[in-house]
Design a protein around this ligand. Structure first.
Ligand code: PGA
Length: 253
């Protein structure tokens, strides 16, 4: 089975209404042919959803994603955003467990697993991020760390449900550092992730997109995407420049 490549933009805490409009105009003009998701700060999701719909790009090829959601249902949780609200807006995807949330906002494997389960229960497609730090890689603990992060998610979510979303392998040492994992380093971890999914549900494992993130650029995207278990990318810095993001999408097709 051939998995359709998925390329997701993670804008992180960046954007203005004017900059987003310019980005969307350039992106819509290029009409990328792979499946794309644009993950923006909560406040800009309505702008993205409206603009993509009016440019005729919304639909199965391009969707909008959030970068986080609460693991709880709506209620007295000041400052939180419920998955129900994302669904209400027309948002279809959500990033879960990004390493910045794990490192800076205390998200544990259990919280990440609860968020992934919450997203799936609401019909949102989670992009579940896993990845090791530099100290963990140097200590030869990469596979153990990544497997434990995925195992926590597979405890709360069926692999068959997770296949609606994606798993993103993002080595922390490669995020925003300009230091990309080599295609071989990334493939080695992706294959291990695939094997862990196979052990849970082989059919679901074959269908699940495992995307790579960490300093993906137009110059290195094609060689990463050529690996057998790399099914696309989660793009941070380079996704802020529409031309670069479009070039990365082109490398995926
Ligand atoms: P980067 O970020 O492409 O800037 O390294 C990737 C990510 O954090 O998702």
């Amino acid at each position: 089975m051939t998995r359709r490549r998925l390329v997701a933009a993670n804008w992180k805490m960046n954007g203005t209404r004017a900059a987003n409009a310019a980005w969307l105009a350039e992106f819509a003009g290029a009409r990328p042919s792979c499946e794309t998701v644009v993950c923006a700060p909560f406040v800009y999701l309505p702008q993205l959803i409206d603009r993509l719909a009016s440019s005729g790009l919304a639909g199965s090829a391009t969707a909008v994603g959030a970068q986080n959601l609460s693991e709880r249902s709506p209620g007295a949780f000041t400052g939180e955003v419920a998955g129900e609200m994302l669904v209400d807006l027309g948002c279809r995807w959500v990033i879960v467990g990004h390493s910045e949330r794990r490192a800076l906002y205390g998200e544990t494997n259990e919280i990440v697993a609860a968020k992934a389960a919450r997203a799936l229960a609401l019909g949102l497609r989670p992009i579940v991020c896993i990845g090791e730090t530099l100290a963990e890689r140097d200590g030869k603990r990469t596979m153990a760390v990544v497997s434990a992060q995925l195992a926590a998610v597979l405890k709360t979510c069926r692999a068959a449900d997770l296949a609606r979303g994606a798993v993103a392998y993002e080595p922390v040492w490669a995020i925003g550092t300009g230091r990309t994992a080599t295609p071989e380093q990334a493939q080695e971890v992706h294959a291990t992730i695939r094997a862990q999914l196979v052990a849970a549900d082989s059919e679901a494992a074959t269908a699940t997109r495992i995307v790579y993130g960490g300093s993906v650029k137009p110059a290195n995207a094609a060689e990463l995407f050529a690996q057998p278990d790399i099914d696309g990318g989660l793009i941070g810095g380079a996704s802020l420049i529409a031309r670069d993001f479009v070039a990365i999408c082109a490398a995926a097709t």
